[in-house]
Design a protein around this ligand. Structure first.
Ligand SMILES: O=C(CO)[C@H](O)[C@H](O)COP(=O)(O)O
Ligand SMILES: [Fe+2]
Length: 228
């Protein structure tokens, strides 16, 4: 079971995005938080910046769309160069159609759940997805404290993935750091977004490496991974 570490450029210096992307080139993906000041109370960047970032780095882009009207906008992020596009189920009118469209355009399709959104109503949608994102903070800002109360949802989601025999990746985002990543991995996550824990470190590449080592060790010991 491969572990993936995705630094979030939300915590990077936006005036130096190309350099900040290069600073974490050992990472699996670069996590790009798109916020519209409607779905969440914050505003970040949009399609033109994603297009430029895709040209500036060889690291594939994992775009996390925290925006209204995801059905309209998500396909444009694939065209902009994102290799994985995550829409929030709370912001999608037709999540199955949208996931199929993202895949048809050539990217990995991913769906996110805010902390108060349960996984159970979406069990039948899981085969349509390449990744499920469980938010471990309320979306909108970096640097927030990890919500431990999300661990049971991560566990239940991992059980559903196993029940259906899926190759679905399970991503966690929000407050993931050296002190929380092992709990996430133990519960069933295999893709870890980290913003402040990476870009707040003196050496972001070393922080990615250290988080990967911690997550790999925790996954190797986890019961959900041993069963497979
Ligand atoms: O989606 C997000 C916020 O909505 C960010 O990806 C997330 O918060 C990363 O920052 P940190 O690791 O500092 O919590
Ligand atoms: Fe994010």
């Amino acid at each position: 079971m491969a572990v993936q570490i995705n630094p979030s450029i939300l915590s990077a210096d936006f005036a130096r995005l190309a350099d900040e992307a290069k600073a974490v080139e050992g990472a699996d993906w670069l996590h790009v938080d798109v916020m519209d000041n409607h779905f969440v109370p914050n505003l970040t960047l949009g399609v033109p910046v994603v297009e430029s970032l895709a040209r500036a780095t060889d690291t594939p882009l994992d775009c996390h769309l925290m925006i209204e009207d995801a059905d309209r906008w998500a396909p444009q992020y694939v065209e902009a160069g994102a290799s994985s596009v995550t829409f929030h189920v709370e912001a999608a009118a037709a999540p199955v159609r949208l996931a199929r469209e993202i895949r048809a355009k050539g990217a990995r399709a991913s769906m996110a759940l805010k902390p108060a959104t349960p996984i159970e109503p979406y069990e039948d949608l899981l085969p349509e997805l390449d990744m499920l994102l469980i938010m471990t903070v309320e979306p909108g800002f970096g640097g927030q404290a990890f919500l431990d109360i999300m661990l049971p949802k991560i566990r239940r989601t991992r059980e559903l993935i196993a029940k259906h025999g899926l190759e679905l990746w399970l991503q966690v985002d929000g407050g993931v750091s050296a002190s929380t990543i092992e709990r996430c991995a133990d519960a069933g996550a295999d893709v870890f977004v980290a913003g402040s824990a990476v870009y707040g470190a003196n050496d972001p590449a070393a922080a990615v490496h250290a988080l990967r080592t911690q997550a790999e060790t925790a996954v190797a010991k986890a019961s959900w991974a041993c069963d497979h």
